[in-house]
Write a protein that binds this ligand. Structure first.
Ligand code: ADP
Ligand code: MG
Length: 173
């Protein structure tokens, strides 16, 4: 039985992209907490935040995290999942947590090149690079605290996957 793998990191670090590739490489299932939440609630995250506020969204996010956690799952999480002490502890205790770490310029470049389709309201209403910089500054320590492994997510997806596989093999050795 393989423990679930939780991918954490800022918006644009590649949790969804790398998670899908990792799941395929490992013969695991892939699930994205944001997609799961939206499918289950039949609403977009933007709608949920508008109706229920960020607190309402965060409560649903914790429920989603618990619901999708199962053996042999690769779980891509939302960027703010680590804000909750409970979520950080839950992931560490129930699986292997990997932080996809990339610098601000890389994250901002990806978000500018591929704006999300209105899924997430901006967190601060500021320009992308400024927002990414502020969000990363406030969350980097929490990502590191939650993570069993930190990988370089500025590399091409295949290399990120290879780095994660190497870390997981070390864990099983
Ligand atoms: P997240 O789920 O962490 O928000 P995504 O996987 O949705 O990030 O990736 C955001 C954007 O960046 C997508 O357009 C994706 O194609 C691109 N991307 C993700 N990972 C990489 C990578 N390692 N190298 C280059 N582009 C990437
Ligand atoms: Mg994603």
């Amino acid at each position: 039985m393989t423990l679930p793998i939780f991918l954490i990191g800022a918006r644009g670090c590649g949790k969804t992209t790398v998670g899908q590739a990792l799941a395929q490489a490992q013969g695991c299932q892939f699930v994205d907490t944001d997609s799961w939440l939206q499918d289950t609630a039949q609403q977009t995250i933007a709608d949920i935040v508008e109706k229920e506020g960020w607190d309402g969204f965060r409560a649903r996010e914790t429920a989603a995290l618990e619901a999708v956690t199962a053996p042999s799952q690769v779980v891509a999480t939302g960027g703010g999942i680590i804000l909750s002490d409970y979520n950080r502890r839950f992931m560490r205790e129930n699986g292997t947590v990997v932080y996809l770490c990339a610098p601000v310029n890389v994250l901002a470049g990806r978000l500018e090149a591929f704006p999300e389709e209105g899924q997430r309201p901006t967190l601060t209403g500021k320009p992308i690079s400024e927002e990414v910089s502020e969000v990363l500054a406030s969350r980097d320590a929490l990502y590191r605290e939650a993570a069993h492994y930190v990988v370089n997510a500025a590399q091409p997806p295949a290399q990120v996957v290879a780095e994660i596989k190497a870390a997981l093999q070390l864990a099983c050795a």
